[in-house]
Design a protein around this ligand. Structure first.
Ligand code: EPU
Length: 315
């Protein structure tokens, strides 16, 4: 899609250095892969974000909001329209009160999940240690209901502040949301026109705990993760969802003989078979071919359909 000169001027006036045209998404994804976004924008406050989405609507430019790109595979031809990231602001963590069920912390969607987990540990607040080691932003973690076998975001989230597609703000409570394995959906009637709102903030309920206990637990969780998962090579975390009522995807992929298999620079991790790693110059096409190869082998051997957990976007 061509972005007309008028629109370029409007974007530059609104965002200054926080807008880039034809921006390679490989710079903004943990896979280090992905063709260009027509426009990449990093508004630093709500006011700018509102003006951006209203202006995009008026100009009929489609937009997507991403976090840190840690669960994203962008195809080689990139993303048409506007990619918005909230990591340039929206990072504040505030103590928002004490309630009978615990202490509430509110954090902006652009805050890194790891910073939030660490701050909770330092303040002697329990409930987030399950998420230690998960990359990405709070907005992404809430939207994807990030989690491990120790817990999910939905266990501790109480409400979110959102921006509706028409630019108005609102609060959606836990009862307005349906969480399931790796996803969040909004109950009918809670969002305008059925269109996805943008998560601006999340409020979490945590419980007081001895900081020394939390620190020890944190160290164990991080060490366990490092031992099981590849941490050095670019990836997007676990590639497939664990299929319901079956063996975990990693075990199935390993048993299907796929560990270490490679297409171009895309490789099934030798450490954890549910990770596809980019050994250097893998393209999205390499990753997708390897994904299909894994799916075929697991289907052939176990008659199980593996579904990607990673969001695949772009044309
Ligand atoms: N396994 C194998 N071979 C492998 C990998 C795993 O046999 O190559 C076996 C393990 O030995 C273990 C079982 O599979 O018995 C499960 O493995 P693991 O404990 O590593 O957990 P997982 O189910 O593979 C899930 C999440 C991870 C999360 C871990 C830790 C999914 C798809 N994955 O992995 O999340 O970090 O639990 O709780 O639900 C992610 O979402 O990106 C992610 C990495």
């Amino acid at each position: 899609m061509g972005i007309v000169p008028d629109t370029v001027q409007w974007l530059q006036d609104l965002l200054g250095p926080d807008v880039r045209l034809n921006e390679p998404m490989s710079r903004h994804t943990s896979f280090r892969i992905g063709g260009p976004a027509d426009v990449w924008a990093r508004p630093r406050d709500v006011n700018t974000l509102v003006r951006l989405i209203r202006g995009a609507g008026e100009r009929q430019i489609p937009f997507v909001v991403i976090g840190d790109g840690t669960n994203l595979l962008v195809r080689n031809s990139g993303i048409r329209g506007l990619v918005i990231t909230l990591t340039g602001g929206f990072r504040e963590i505030t103590h928002t009160g004490e309630y009978p069920d615990g202490i509430r912390l509110t954090t902006g969607a652009g805050c890194r999940l790891q910073r939030f987990c660490r701050q909770a540990v330092d303040q002697g607040l329990a409930g987030l240690n399950f998420a230690l080691g998960i990359p990405g932003t709070m907005g992404g973690a809430i939207r994807m209901n990030a989690g491990t076998r120790l817990g999910w975001m939905s266990d501790v989230l109480r409400e979110v502040r959102v921006l509706q597609p028409d630019g108005t703000e609102g609060i959606l409570r836990r009862v307005d949301m349906d969480f399931s394995y790796r996803t969040l959906s909004w109950k009918p009637g809670t969002i305008e026109g059925g269109e996805e709102p943008i998560i601006l903030e999340g409020t979490f309920c945590l419980t007081p705990e001895d900081p020394a206990f939390l620190k020890n637990e944190a160290t164990e969780i991080i060490e366990d993760r490092r031992a099981r998962q590849p941490t050095r090579l670019p990836s997007a975390g676990c590639f497939f969802k664990n299929p319901p009522d079956q063996e975990p995807a990693g075990r199935l992929i390993e048993a299907a003989g796929m560990k270490g298999k490679r297409i171009g620079d895309a490789e099934v991790s030798r450490r954890h078979a549910n990770f596809i790693v980019n050994r250097k110059h893998a393209s999205a096409a390499d990753i997708l071919s390897l994904m299909e190869w894994i799916q075929e082998e697991v289907k052939k051997k176990y008659d199980i359909d593996l579904e990607p957990e990673v969001q695949i976007v772009g044309s």
